[in-house]
Write a protein that binds this ligand. Structure first.
Ligand SMILES: [Zn+2]
Length: 135
């Protein structure tokens, strides 16, 4: 199993994801990942309590596959015209959502992912394999 810390925000830099956007991105990306082609390899997706990002737990995926699945999920989230599962009967805090702000966060993170080179991604994969080999 692999845990990915998806940092949307620089830690302790004074800029955090709003509680509404954090909650909406959780619904949107969890739904998009569940509907994506790697759905059987995604174990968990959820928000960090510090509101700087999200945790993604996967099994059997390379970093390249995770990056690709994330990009696809972010594009799918940006195409949503409502937050999935945000009806009162489906969500424990259905008023705490903000689709527009969630999309701003997704756009910023997509831009960040797109700025990573293939070399950087394969360096991550090398680190992941080494971590598995040693432990
Ligand atoms: Zn909810």
């Amino acid at each position: 199993m692999d845990t990915f810390d998806l940092r949307f925000k620089k830690p302790n830099a004074g800029d955090f994801i709003s509680p509404k956007a954090l909650h909406s991105v959780e619904h949107m990306l969890a739904t998009a990942l569940r509907n994506g082609k790697c759905k059987d390899s995604v174990l968990y997706f959820g928000p960090m309590g510090c509101r700087t990002g999200f945790y993604l737990l996967t099994t059997g995926l390379t970093c390249e596959e995770v990056f690709s699945a994330l990009k696809t999920a972010l594009v799918a989230a940006l195409a949503m015209d409502e937050v999935p599962g945000s009806a009162r009967v489906e969500c424990g805090n259905y008023l705490e959502h903000d689709l527009a702000d969630a999309k701003r966060e997704c756009t910023a993170y997509l831009t960040l992912l797109a700025s990573l080179s293939e070399e950087e991604i394969s360096a991550e994969e090398k680190k992941r394999r080494e971590a598995h080999a040693h432990g």
